[in-house]
Design a protein around this ligand. Sequence first.
Ligand code: FE2
Ligand code: FE2
Length: 266
Amino acid sequence: MNILMVGDIVGAPGRKALAEVVGRMRSAGEADLVVANAENAAGGKGLTGPLASELLKAGANALTLGDHTWDQKEIAAYLDTDVPVIRPANFAPGCPGRGLATVRVGATGVTVINLVGRVFMDATDCPFRVVNALLNDAAGLGRIILVDMHAEATAEKVVMGRYLDGRVTAVVGTHTHVQTSDETILPGGTAYITDLGMTGGKNSAIGRDLESVTAMLLTGMPTKFRVSNKDVTLEGVLIEANEQTGKATAIRRVREPAGIAETEQE
Ligand SMILES: [Fe+2]
Ligand SMILES: [Fe+2]
């Protein structure tokens, strides 16, 4: 099974890039399953139900979130419906939504787990203990298990990859919007990368218009960050996984220009 995991989708340009690039890769038989981080899909801030539906129709099988999960208030009710759109599993117990979803690709069950880091981020439960408990409760888990570890600190993501090596098919990092070059298959057969990168306007400050971010950094004044539509690109990884063993056999970085004109939408 060829699995495309996509870095944080930023605004309308990012959503268009997902539709374009995933459409092409699916037609070429390059991607059987697509998981994308959508925490910045709504104008850079969170996700809404209609935008989640748009991304699922455009070819994503499941969507993950992160520290921007609650930016759009309406998402809370949507996450409580039966959709393959998940928020970090180590958010406080009792908050809306789920941190794990299992989808089917042909005869194979694929479980997607979302976690958020604790280093340089808001307080949450321990992602290591939470994922350990989820994996020990084996009932209903798919043969393929994909973990999106949404975190700031590289070391926290590196350690999560090693912690889960051999127990899951892939651990991929998200959140920094900057793709790392450390993709590898760990000794136990888990595909790993510290950060997938981002999907949106690359000629920017991690997806936001350079002019507005530069003005904020120079003046220290609060500034409205516009979403960039320059050099719209999809970033992530393609993972080849064995459906019998659940192990990854290959991982390669993806940085694919969407080939779309600059837009004015957010
Ligand atoms: Fe984030
Ligand atoms: Fe993000």
